[in-house]
Design a protein around this ligand. Structure first.
Ligand SMILES: O=C(O)CCC(=O)C(=O)O
Length: 308
């Protein structure tokens, strides 16, 4: 079984209706799909790959050797245990946002990633408009909901991750299973080294590496806005003995101040209370709960913010 692949350029032609329907089906049944012909220049994607790898080598690799996951795994191996390190992930991450300080030693990193983030933010907005249309919501509904009614206060972050080779992949996770907290995630994953898997009908399946595709997945807030029609899906990254997997994930998330609730158009009119499957809450409150419970089932998180 492979994650569906969608030609995004077909939205602009004769096959628009068919493509919209395909994306709708992917959002409903998969929570994950890969976009090709998405409009991000290949030349830019090649540069992103190069500067991300260079950045890891120059500014991260040495520190990873003495990082917490490495120390914890070594201790477990030395103790002779056959257990697993469950509280950390075998990954190196760096977050880029509009407001934090970016690495500067790697030539071209800042410029390339700045350009990439601009392109990806536009793609996120296009994907959200497709979801608006498929859900029967006014154009720009999701964007507006995430901005808390103001202009451009949503959070757009980019996480540059590496999953270095692991001597005991059976004893640690690359990234523990979770659903994403926010809105729409756009992932540019390694096209050589696999490792990302989603839980589909009770089975873990690979998100197959594909050159220069962008993997889209929906987070918990899209599940809430859509009143459960689009579900956020469990995914994880395996630690592997060989290969240093690279991924660059960009998140279009609500502003911490935004109030999130199911779109009223999607709550059946007859018995509104019973048919609204999620509470109304402030996204910042949800994030406080998520930070503590990221690797646990999502349903209690919705209950926790409901009680606030
Ligand atoms: O690195 C990946 O492929 C997935 C990352 C991820 O799931 C996350 O950052 O939440």
């Amino acid at each position: 079984m492979a994650i569906p692949v969608i030609d995004f350029s077909k939205l602009n032609g004769e096959e628009r209706a068919k493509t919209l329907a395909l994306i709708d089906k992917c959002c409903e049944e998969w929570g994950f799909f890969q976009l090709v012909n998405h409009g991000i220049p290949e030349e830019l994607l090649e540069r992103v790959k190069n500067v991300s790898s260079e950045f890891y080598k120059l500014e991260r690799e040495e520190n990873f050797k003495t990082s917490t996951p490495v120390k914890m795994l070594n201790e477990l191996v030395e103790s002779g245990s056959s257990g697993k390190v469950e509280s950390v992930d075998w990954e190196d991450i760096f977050l880029l946002s509009d407001s934090n300080e970016w690495p500067s030693q790697t030539p071209g990193f800042r410029e390339t990633m700045g350009e990439y983030r601009g392109e990806l933010k536009n793609l996120a907005l296009k994907v959200m408009e497709v979801m608006d249309e498929n859900l029967g919501l006014p154009k720009g509904y999701i964007k507006k909901a995430f901005n808390g009614g103001e202009e451009d206060t949503a959070f757009f972050g980019t996480k540059v991750s590496h999953y270095p080779p692991c001597p005991h992949p059976e004893m640690v996770n690359g990234l523990r299973a979770h659903t994403d907290a926010g809105g729409v995630v756009l992932l540019f994953q390694d096209d050589q080294v696999h490792g990302l898997q989603i839980l589909k009908d009770g089975e873990w399946i690979d998100v197959q590496p594909m050159k220069n595709s962008i993997v889209i997945n929906t987070g918990d807030q899209i599940e809430v806005l859509s009143n459960g029609r689009y579900k956020s899906v469990w995914h994880r990254v395996l630690a592997l003995r060989d290969g240093n997997r690279r991924s660059v994930a960009s998140f279009y998330n609500p502003s911490y101040k935004a109030t999130i609730a199911p779109a009223q158009q999607l709550v059946e009119k007859s018995n509104k209370e019973a048919n609204q499957h999620y509470p109304r809450f402030v996204f910042g409150d949800y994030m406080s709960v998520y930070t503590e419970q990221k690797f646990l089932p999502k349903e209690p998180r919705f209950q926790a913010v409901k009680a606030k």
